[in-house]
Design a protein around this ligand. Structure first.
Ligand SMILES: NC(=O)c1ccc[n+]([C@@H]2O[C@H](COP(=O)([O-])OP(=O)(O)OC[C@H]3O[C@@H](n4cnc5c(N)ncnc54)[C@H](OP(=O)(O)O)[C@@H]3O)[C@@H](O)[C@H]2O)c1
Length: 273
C-alpha cells in the first residue's frame, strides 16, 4: 500500500506544522495541506501574516489553524515551538521544515551574526524540530517530514557558500533519515526547487537584478510538486524539468566545472539555473 493510500484511508484529524508559512512556498504548502483536510500549525515571525493564512485555511477548507509566532533564529526556538504545540494538545503528523533565509556575499565579507542566524534557521531549527516531532510519528506509526532544500543542495555555490552548504545539509539529512524511518510508517521528502519568485529576493543581500533572471518558478507550482511528492512518499522532489536536468548534470560533470557553474548562478544572474 502506498503512502498516499495510507493517508487517504485514514479519516482521523491530522495536523501539519508548517514553518515559514507567512509567505512564498510555505504559505502555498500550508494551503495545499489544508485543502487535503489537514489542520494546521503555522509559524514564522510575522504573526499578522500567519493569522491571514490561518483565516483563509479555515474559511476555504474548513480546517482548524493555530498560529504560533516564533523567530527560528533564537537558540531555543525549536523547544519553545514544541512546548507551545504540546501545551495546545496537538499531535503533529506532518512537519514541513520550510523556513529558510539566504545570505549572499563572499565568505570573508559576510556578517558573522547574520550567518549565525541563517545557520539556526536553515540547519539547527529543522534538525531540532525533526528530533522533537518524529519520535511521536514513529510511535503512532504514521506521518512524515517535508524539508524545503534547494537545487543548490546538489552543488557548491561560491558567493553564497554557507547558504548552499545549509541546503546540502538538509538534503543529506533528509535522505539518511528517510532511510532510517522507512519501515516505521514515516516518510521524509526533500523539495529541491531552483529559483522561485518569492520574498526570498528581498532577504540576505540578494541581488535581485541577477538572481531573479533566468528560469524562475512560481511558489504555487513548487508547493504543489512538493506536497504531491510528499504524499506519494518521494524522497527527492525536483519541481521542474529544468531542476531535474540541472541536478543530473551535477552528477556527470567534473566537480570543478560544477563549482564554476555554481559561481555563475551568482555572477551571471542564474543564467543557467
Ligand atoms: N525563492 C527561491 O528562489 C528558493 C529556491 C530554493 C529554495 N528556497 C527555499 O524555500 C524556502 C522558502 O523560501 P521562499 O522562497 O518561500 O521565501 P520567503 O517568501 O522569503 O519565505 C521565507 C519564510 O521563512 C520565514 N522566516 C525567515 N526567517 C525566519 C526566522 N528567523 N524565523 C522564523 N521564520 C523565518 C519567513 O517568515 P517571517 O519573515 O514572517 O519570519 C517566511 O515565511 C526557504 O527555505 C528557501 O531557502 C527558495
Amino acid at each position: 500500500m502506498s503512502e498516499r493510500d495510507t493517508m487517504d484511508r485514514d479519516t482521523s484529524t491530522r495536523t501539519a506544522l508548517v514553518t515559514g508559512a507567512s509567505s512564498g512556498i510555505g504559505r502555498e504548502i500550508a494551503d495545499m495541506a489544508a485543502s487535503d483536510g489537514y489542520d494546521l500549525v503555522l509559524t514564522a515571525r510575522r504573526e499578522e501574516r500567519l493569522e491571514e493564512v490561518a483565516g483563509m485555511a479555515e474559511a476555504e477548507h474548513g480546517v482548524s489553524a493555530t498560529v504560533v509566532a516564533q523567530d527560528l533564529a533564537e537558540p531555543d526556538a525549536a523547544d519553545r515551538l514544541h512546548e507551545a504545540i504540546r501545551d495546545a494538545g496537538i499531535d503533529v503528523d506532518v512537519l514541513v521544515n520550510n523556513a529558510g533565509v539566504p545570505l549572499y556575499g563572499e565568505f570573508t565579507e559576510t556578517d558573522r551574526e547574520a550567518e549565525r542566524g541563517m545557520l539556526r534557521v536553515n540547519v539547527t531549527a529543522p534538525t531540532e524540530l525533526t528530533k522533537l516531532f518524529v519520535p511521536g510519528m514513529v510511535e503512532r506509526g504514521r506521518g512524515g517530514v517535508l524539508n524545503t532544500a534547494s537545487l543548490t543542495s546538489f552543488y557548491p555555490v561560491p558567493g553564497k557558500a554557507v547558504y548552499g552548504a545549509t541546503k546540502s545539509y538538509l538534503l543529506s539529512f533528509s535522505r539518511a533519515l528517510a532511510h532510517e524511518v522507512e519501515d516505521e510508517g514515516v516518510t521524509v521528502t526533500a523539495l529541491c526547487p531552483g529559483v522561485v519568485e518569492t520574498e526570498y529576493a528581498e532577504r540576505g543581500n540578494v541581488d535581485e537584478s541577477g538572481t531573479m533572471s533566468g528560469v524562475t518558478n512560481d511558489p504555487r507550482s513548487v508547493a504543489e510538486a512538493g506536497w504531491n511528492g510528499f504524499r506519494d512518499g518521494e524522497r527527492i522532489v525536483l519541481p521542474s524539468g529544468f531542476a531535474s536536468y540541472a541536478a543530473q548534470l551535477t552528477r556527470v560533470l567534473p566537480r570543478r566545472t560544477v563549482t564554476d557553474l555554481g559561481e555563475q548562478t551568482i555572477e551571471e544572474g542564474a543564467s543557467w539555473i
